[in-house]
Design a binder for this molecule. Sequence first.
Ligand code: ZN
Length: 87
Amino acid sequence: MYDRKNNVLVDATKHHLDVIENLNPACPACNNYKHTLTLEKFRIELSKQVERAMNSCNFRLALKYKQIIINQSPIVFYFEKMQNECT
Ligand SMILES: [Zn+2]
């Protein structure tokens, strides 16, 4: 869920718990795309983006001429990286 006031990503399932532990910084584009998805559903949707982009002839052409490199690494959000580094 997009919290415009604080410009943060809010877990919609935990919105009733409007506490700092449930807030994670996110850019407006990610906030908009996530909308009401849970964090795990958002991660799944993000993982489908390359497959969706393959419908674009521009994307396929850029891939063919190696202007794009597909990276299939797991999607780890910034706050997860920070949590892992701090533990
Ligand atoms: Zn973002």
